[in-house]
Design a protein around this ligand. Structure first.
Ligand SMILES: Cc1cc2nc3c(=O)[nH]c(=O)nc-3n(C[C@H](O)[C@H](O)[C@H](O)COP(=O)(O)OP(=O)(O)OC[C@H]3O[C@@H](n4cnc5c(N)ncnc54)[C@H](O)[C@@H]3O)c2cc1C
Length: 375
């Protein structure tokens, strides 16, 4: 059988693409190297705005909802603020959340083969031949949704992004339940620590965004967990690469698209990757559906749509990140400590506001220029 589309990777990007293609009546095969459900190292903070792209209810897989954020600078100078967005931020367990999305795609008719790593690809006459550890399959179109560490973008001939490192500490600690979502600045050079509460513990993440040596991220996670009262015995640690947005790039090639983190779409200011992964998955499905219906510029339009609707705002996030992580102490005082910053953060996360709406003011403030009247 030749599938209309073979999707490589069963994360949020791949599952969203498979869901929307199958829903349009296209034959879809998802290939995932791990056995499902699989865990993805991630803090699991998800924008509620993703609900608008689906017609099913996500409440079975939302572990908690958070509407308040606490911040510290080097564990001191604490401040708390309300998100005040339309909806609170969702806290999810990525194994549960991602598998739920895959199951929704299966309900629409997508076929899923897990424990099936893709080992090579070749375009032959009018279709992709995809080799896996369990034999080969064919697809008229291909979506590379294999995340920050997958091989697909390289095999498809795309320039390789600079990968940053993120680290996660998963704590099963009922005593952490009362904690708010927290961000700690100052302990991680050129980055931050975040702690997101789940129903039976919390996920603590560390990431760096500009240069810096990421090698001690795991030690910092351990130190932070101890400081907030989580016993080391309750913790498991993981690391994973991060492909931050660095500029718009071509995301299409011969009968194939990059989606999700394989397309380097992670927000360079806050490392949000789930919402953009799903956004690109949805748009990739639309583009391939149009291409299957004989639209000759559908794949090219996908690159254009992602650049215009996501990349244009990531350019502003990138500039704000440049100002913030250069002088984070000033950024903490001038930006984070103002309740307005959290309100804006919540609105941006919910898709009610864009970075472009606040960028000029934020950059001036973070660079030391005082703008009266903000906040
Ligand atoms: C420390 C850290 C904390 C984070 N915290 C957050 C957060 O709180 N909120 C947020 O929104 N984002 C967060 N992110 C980012 C987010 O986790 C990712 O951007 C998101 O998972 C990307 O989704 P994806 O579907 O593109 O890729 P992934 O979720 O990585 O899925 C890719 C899939 O492809 C599979 N695969 C890879 N190679 C192959 C192959 N050869 N054959 C078959 N399958 C293959 C993988 O096994 C994987 O299942 C964080 C990232 C890190 C590193």
């Amino acid at each position: 059988m030749v599938f209309d589309c073979v999707v490589v990777g069963a994360g949020p990007a791949g599952a969203a693409a498979a869901y929307h293609l199958a829903k349009r009546g296209r034959s879809v095969l998802v290939l995932e190297k791990h056995s499902l459900p699989r865990y993805k190292p991630c803090a699991g903070g998800v924008s509620p705005a993703i609900a608008e792209w689906f017609d099913f209810d996500f409440s079975p897989v939302i572990a908690r909802k958070v509407d308040t954020i606490g911040y510290t600078w080097k564990l001191e100078d604490p401040v708390k603020a309300k998100l005040e967005a339309l909806d609170p931020m969702w806290m999810v367990h990525r194994d549960v959340f991602d598998h739920f999305l895959v199951q929704q795609a299966q309900k629409q008719g997508a076929e899923v083969r897990d424990s099936t790593p893709v080992t090579g690809i070749e375009f032959k006459s009018d279709r992709w031949q995809v080799s896996t550890s369990n034999g080969s399959v064919e697809g008229r179109y291909l979506i590379a949704a294999d995340g920050a560490e997958g091989p697909m973008s390289k095999w498809l001939g795309f320039k390789q992004p600079k990968r940053r490192l993120g680290a996660i500490l998963e704590a099963v600690a009922p005593e952490a339940e009362h904690l708010d979502a927290r961000f700690e600045f100052g302990m991680v050079k050129n980055g931050y620590l975040s702690s997101f509460p789940k129903e039976n513990g919390c996920s603590i993440a560390a990431a760096t965004f500009r240069g810096g040596d990421p090698s001690d991220l795991q030690n910092l996670l351990g130190d932070y967990a101890t400081q907030v009262g989580i016993p080391a015995t309750a913790c498991k640690q993981f690391t994973h690469s991060l492909c931050l947005w660095k500029g718009n790039q071509k995301l299409h090639t011969q009968n194939a698209l990059l989606a999700g983190e394989a397309a380097s779409i992670v927000d360079p200011l806050i490392a949000e990757g789930v919402r953009p992964a799903i956004f690109t998955g949805v748009k990739a499905a639309e583009a391939i559906d149009a291409a299957l219906a004989s639209s000759s510029c559908a794949l090219e339009n996908y690159t254009k749509t992602v650049s215009e609707e996501w990349g244009s705002d990531m350019a502003w996030a990138h500039r704000i990140a440049g100002a913030f992580y250069r002088f984070p102490g000033l950024g903490y005082k001038q930006g984070i400590k103002r309740p307005a910053a959290t309100v804006y953060f919540g609105r941006i996360l919910c898709g009610q506001m864009r970075y472009s709406d606040i960028a000029n003011t934020a950059i001036k403030r973070l660079s030391g220029g005082l703008i009266p009247g903000m906040g």
